[in-house]
Design a protein. Structure first.
Length: 291
């Protein structure tokens, strides 16, 4: 009887809101009207806490933190790790007035031939390869809008005769306008710590083996994360400017800096996250001008 009364009350309340608002409240536990035009999207708890700590005039609405970074109003929402969670957040944010989403979090570096990459350095991706499991579903659904995307043959085929996964790996770019602002700010603040180039987005953190990493490096890829490809893809589909400012936490295959080979914590691993936040804060006035 109690459950019947509960469901009856819920159904009564749901008559007065749209399906879109229902979904938004399910995932973010507040109203779509509570989201600002600029959204900062950390994935892990540590980064979320660092960003929220910098907020002035902080107000929490469900899973959305509002306040000012510098003098600019923003919303901060934790995506959690992986493209399924990016899909969840972007599918909700498309119902709001959000116009810009900046991902700030960790990523992995790759041992590229041209220079050594160390933890604490910052990657601002110029593009991301859709090596995750969610992006292909959106590409299939929105193929007409996305059919001109560049793609490569899956580099994994070069190290294994077993046919698995997607034969084509599509490449997607962030907002050029937004990326340029972030990159210029980053270079003015930390010129010797900034890298830009293509990254790989994966859904298999525990399978970033040296052979797989070498296949990515052959394609000119400099880093790996678990969110950016779908962030850029859905940003393009939903008309939201997106970009990533991500700090290298470990280096795949490195004897000392690979988290699966060593327990050594690089002294700049947390400083790198502080740098990403400073880059975002110092970019916000210019970002506000492109809304």
């Amino acid at each position: 009887m109690v459950e019947k009364i509960k469901s009856g009350l819920l159904n009564l309340g749901l008559k007065f809101i749209s399906i879109e608002e229902k979904l938004f409240r399910m995932f973010l536990e507040t109203s779509p009207t509570k989201v600002n035009e600029i959204v900062i999207l950390p994935a892990v708890k540590l980064v979320m806490e660092k960003v929220v700590k910098r907020l002035k005039n902080k107000i929490k609405h469900g899973n959305v933190y509002n306040g000012k970074l510098g003098d600019i109003e923003v919303s901060v929402i934790q995506s959690l790790v992986g493209t399924p969670y990016i899909a969840e957040k972007l599918e909700c944010l498309k119902f709001t007035k959000c116009k810009v989403i900046i991902r700030t979090d960790f990523c992995g570096g790759l041992n590229i031939p041209s220079r050594s990459i160390e933890p604490g350095e910052i990657i601002i991706p110029e593009s991301a390869f859709c090596g995750d499991g969610v992006s292909p579903y959106y590409i299939l659904k929105y193929y007409e809008e996305l059919k001109n995307l560049e793609f490569i043959k899956n580099p994994i085929e070069g190290i294994s005769k077993i046919k698995a996964g997607n034969e084509r790996i599509y490449k997607i770019s962030p907002s050029n306008e937004l990326n340029e602002i972030l990159l210029n700010t980053a270079r003015s603040l930390y010129s010797n710590k900034i890298l830009t180039g293509p990254i790989w987005t994966t859904g298999a953190l525990f399978l970033e083996t040296e052979d797989v990493a070498k296949s990515w490096i052959k394609e000119g890829i400099i880093g790996v994360d678990m969110e950016s490809s779908l962030l850029f893809l859905l940003g393009q589909l939903f008309n939201i400017k997106t970009a990533s400012v991500i700090s290298v936490s470990d280096v795949v295959g490195h004897e000392k800096y690979d988290i699966f080979k060593s327990n050594y914590i690089h002294p700049e691993i947390f400083t790198g996250i502080d740098r990403t936040i400073e880059i975002v804060i110092n970019s916000l006035k210019k970002i506000k001008n492109i809304l």
